[in-house]
Every structure is written in C-alpha cells, then in structure tokens.
Design a protein around this ligand. Structure first.
Ligand SMILES: [Zn+2]
Length: 238
C-alpha cells in the first residue's frame, strides 16, 4: 500500500521526468491574425497543458477558403515530429466557429467568430480555451462531464467566458499520460505557487493505510493508443 501511495505522490513528477519525447504540437495563423496574439495564445496553451506548442509560419489563406480547407492545408505543412496543428484563422467568408479533424491532425479556429462582442484580451482567452479543446482531441480525448473543466460541453460562444480556462485535474492527468505516450515533449509547470500540491502534507506519514488507493494508478494506461474521433468539431455552430 505504501508503494502505491508513493506512486501516487510521485506520479506527475515521474511522468514529467520521463517526458523526453521530441514531438510537439504546432500553432499557426491564417489570414489577418496578429503574430503577437498567436504567440500569447500559444504560450497560454503550453502553460495550461504542459505540452510543447511551437509557433509555425502563417498558412497562406486562399480567397473564399473554407475553415476546413484552411485546416487541411495547414496539416500538410506538418513535419514528422509534429503531433497536430492548431490554426488561428480569420476566414474571409462566413464559416463555422471551429473545425477539428483529429485524423487529419488539425483543429482550425475561426477568430472572426470568437472575437464577436469581446475585447482583445477576451478573444485570446477564448482562443486559448478552444486551443486546449483541440489539443485534447488531437490525443484522442472525449468531452468532460465536469462543468468546471474547459472540456465540458457548451452551446454558444459566450458560454466560453463563463467556463474554466484549463483542464480539470483528471483531464490534465489523462492528457499528460496520452501526450507522453504520443512522444510529446512536456514542459515543466511554471507556477511556483503550485508547490503546495507538490509537497506532501506531513500528516500523510501517519495516515491509515486501510483506504484502498483510488483508481488514479493506471500505469498500463500509458500505453493506451489515442482513439481518434473522426469529424468531431470542437465547438457547435450557433
Ligand atoms: Zn475535465
């Protein structure tokens, strides 16, 4: 039992220590999206997911190109060490809010739709939330039933503003496992104020050992192959 407890305490650290993969997610713009905005969204997604996200050159936008076509074109620029691409697109025609095709390894977000009625900072938050949703789908995750999770279902664009900006703890753990299994290079968590979660409380030593360990210890799940969900869209159209 003590062994399991130690395993639980050290789980995240062990996952991070072993996360020496050299794959990464990619983020690029298409159309009139500011590069500085894209890099801030990239940075936020990387911080919240713990997975490496690199900024790629803008994807050329063709006149009248659909969001899906933009995403497919972006996916063709992926290298062998790229897991998938998030495209922050500003299409020149009416397009859905987002299109994600995990099998084709892209998620394209419609920044024009996401910008409706909000300022630049809020647009970046919405794009980061949608980016985290795309990332989860690119490793084969499903929506989360927990309302305080960025992977929960929603209906309207404005709903994003009331939603969490990050994965709930079980989703983060699952994402980390799947990303590591896929060979993604993980980045260390930046927040020093998160140290409270890293240091086990002194009382843990005296804790009774009669409690069965929760199901969090599923080391075999590291080998799980991400099941792609074809034609899943990260967001509903209004
Ligand atoms: Zn969740």
């Amino acid at each position: 039992m003590k062994k399991i407890l130690l395993f639980l305490l050290g789980f995240m650290a062990a996952v991070l220590a072993s996360a020496q993969g050299d794959r990464a997610f990619v983020l690029a713009t298409a159309g009139e999206v500011d590069a500085a905005v894209a890099d801030r969204v990239r940075s936020k997604i990387e911080e919240m997911s713990g997975a490496t996200v690199r900024l790629a050159p803008p994807v050329p936008l063709q006149p009248g190109q659909s969001l899906e076509a933009i995403g497919r074109a972006a996916a063709q620029t992926l290298g062998e060490n790229d897991q998938g691409i998030i495209v922050l697109a500003w299409p020149d025609s009416e397009q859905p809010q987002g299109v994600c095709l995990p099998d084709v390894r892209f998620g394209a977000l419609n920044m024009a739709r996401l910008s409706a009625g909000v300022d630049a900072a809020q647009l970046e938050r919405r794009a980061s939330q949608e980016g985290l949703r795309v990332l989860s789908m690119l490793v084969g995750m499903s929506p989360c039933p927990f309302p305080l999770c960025v992977l929960t279902g929603f209906e309207k664009t404005e709903d994003l503003d009331r939603m969490s900006g990050n994965y709930c703890p079980p989703c983060l753990e699952r994402f980390t496992r799947l990303a590591v299994a896929a060979g993604i290079r993980m980045v260390p968590p930046p927040a020093p104020d998160a140290s409270a979660e890293v240091v086990p409380p002194p009382a843990a030593e005296a804790a009774p050992e009669s409690q069965p360990a929760p199901a969090a210890a599923e080391p075999e799940a590291v080998n799980a192959v991400p099941a792609a969900e074809p034609a899943a869209s990260p967001v509903p159209s209004e």
